[in-house]
Design a protein around this ligand. Structure first.
Ligand code: NAP
Length: 509
């Protein structure tokens, strides 16, 4: 395999000291994703030589107990064998922990003293990762500022803050959050993470489109009939009722992950890979999408059903869910990108929990071939389709029509398949590795800018409000199915071929 350009990431300035402060360090995201990602960077010499990691949360823990908790999820993907144990020990030495309350100034004064004791010169860079529920963001940001933890002058080193979605729950609340957070951290210092953007296949979308000659000429309404982006999960709530009841699938998945994929498929080629240029083009694409209408939408909620040999509760029977809840666990909507490239091409976005499948993919469906010269055999002429598989089994495949080998002419559809695990014998980085490295490097291309967030909420806010004020009941679908039947009617209204990967007997289960 020919590598065209050496990875720019080896150019990180390793001499600048760095302190990573993880707020909510006792939580699932920190332990399962953030610390393992930092360890992977450490194993590849991609963190500064002088760095330390300070965990902060309410849970009382000693430094040692914290290190043990972190250790449980570290993996030796990059450096197998004995050397990995040495690296783990060296990595964990950099960890310390402070227990405190998120709205207590005294706790943050102690955090200040801790950081001071770790770097008396106060010239280190500071990365604050808010791995906490969003309602705590503002309290914590103000407490950090009041305690003097956020660097104000360049001479003190940089300060950056990473926040996790959801960023508000509609356009207004999102604007308020942006404005209030902006009083502590400037837009330049704010890194709004959408971890889907760090996924290898998603990062490849721009390369696929703009580093190959063959796609651009056909990447438009003349050749593409529809785009179908779907996120399917075969799990129910998994104990996250509190969070999910407040947000639902549209806010949890559609407004962010799926819309980001729409933007990357629909955007024009940016002037360069500079974060400003990339995000300018994404905003332009999002601004060309009018608000989603309820008539172009289906919402669903899972009912009890059998999946993989187990009987599952319906959403309303799950612990912590209001028995009258109208929170959607499934949503499907057709977006329209009103510009010269895409006018008339439906972009169907679909997200659902408790479905019969577990995958995320983008399907670019091409128009049919005009002029059948193959007679009866040509009746089987299928449409070309490019499938970009985000997870699991990252890869892509292009469906083509082929001559069936043998005497005479018979046609069949075949897939040109690129599976990442088979094609690239390298460790595929986790999305958080890639994104955390970008934060350390100050590269914001894969983070959501405030105007991008505004445009994203403008698309979904009217429909979300209407669903709530009119108390629209979601359509029931059984756990383990492919979603509500009416979603199929919506797809066929737009001539979108939805591929059910379930066999009919599984659907009926
Ligand atoms: N987990 C994921 O895979 C994932 C994916 C995407 C986005 N996110 C986002 O990332 C952030 C962190 O996620 P997470 O799953 O790690 O959350 P979490 O486990 O629910 O919370 C993280 C920490 O925050 C503290 N906390 C939780 N609920 C609290 C409450 N009601 N009041 C005060 N403190 C509370 C807890 O620490 P103490 O009790 O020790 O203070 C907890 O360990 C959230 O914004 C979430 O929406 C998570």
């Amino acid at each position: 395999m020919k590598v065209l350009e050496k990875d720019k990431r080896t150019s990180i300035n390793r001499d600048e000291p760095l302190c990573i402060i993880v707020i909510g360090a006792s939580g699932d995201l920190a332990i399962r994703k953030i610390f393992p990602a930092l360890f992977s960077l450490f194993c590849q010499d991609l963190l500064p030589k002088d760095f330390h990691i300070v965990g902060f949360a309410r849970t009382t823990m000693s430094d040692e107990a914290f290190r043990e908790r972190v250790n449980t999820k570290l993996t030796c993907r990059y450096v197998p064998g004995e050397r990995c144990d040495q690296l783990m020990a060296a990595f964990l030495e950099r960890f310390s922990y402070l227990s405190g309350n998120y709205d207590d100034s005294e706790s943050f004064k102690q955090l200040y003293q801790k950081l001071d004791s770790l770097d008396a010169s106060r010239q280190e860079n500071r990365l604050f990762y808010m791995s906490i529920p969003p309602f705590l963001f503002l309290d914590v940001a103000h407490a950090l500022a009041d305690a003097g933890l956020v660097h104000r002058k360049d001479s003190e080193g940089w300060s950056r803050v990473v926040i996790e979605k959801p960023f508000g729950s509609d356009r207004n609340s999102s604007d308020e959050l942006t404005e209030s957070m902006g009083k502590v951290f400037t837009e330049e210092q704010t890194y709004r993470i959408d971890h889907y953007l760090g996924k290898e296949v998603i990062q490849n979308l721009m390369v696929l489109r703009f580093a190959n000659l063959i796609f651009d000429p056909i990447w438009n309404r003349a050749h593409i009939e529809s785009v179908h982006i779907s996120w399917m999960e075969d799990l129910g709530l998994e104990g996250r009722a509190g969070y999910f009841e407040d947000y639902g699938i549209i806010r949890d998945v559609m407004q962010n992950h799926l819309l980001q994929m729409v933007a990357l498929v629909a955007m024009e080629q940016p002037l360069s890979l500079h974060s400003q240029h990339v995000r300018d083009e994404k905003v332009k694409a999002l601004r060309a999408i009018p608000p989603l209408k309820l008539s172009d939408m289906v919402v669903g909620q899972y009912s009890a059903g059998a999946h993989k040999g187990r009987q599952h509760f319906g959403y309303l029977e799950e612990d912590g869910v209001n028995s009258e809840s109208i929170t959607p666990t499934y949503a499907c909507g057709v977006l329209h990108v009103r510009n010269r490239r895409w006018d008339g091409v439906p972009f169907m976005v679909q997200a659902g929990k408790a479905l019969g499948d577990n995958k995320t993919e983008i399907r670019i469906q091409f128009r049919s071939v005009p002029g059948n010269i193959f007679g009866k055999a040509g009746k089987a002429l299928g449409n070309n389709e490019l499938v970009i598989r985000v997870q699991p089994d990252a890869g892509m495949s292009l469906r083509i029509t082929n001559k069936a080998p043998g005497l005479g002419i018979a046609l069949l559809e075949s897939d040109l398949d690129l599976r990442y695990d088979a094609a690239f014998k390298v460790v595929i980085p986790d999305a958080y590795e890639s994104l955390l490295l970008d934060v350390v490097e100050g590269d914001k291309s894969l983070f959501i800018r405030s105007d991008e967030l505004e445009a994203a909420w403008d698309i979904f806010t009217p429909a979300l409000h209407q669903l709530e004020t009119e108390q629209i009941k979601p359509e029931a679908y059984p756990f383990g199915s492919s979603g509500p039947q009416v979603a199929k009617a919506l797809a066929s209204r737009y001539n979108i071929r939805c591929q059910s990967t379930l066999k009919p007997e599984e659907e009926a289960e």
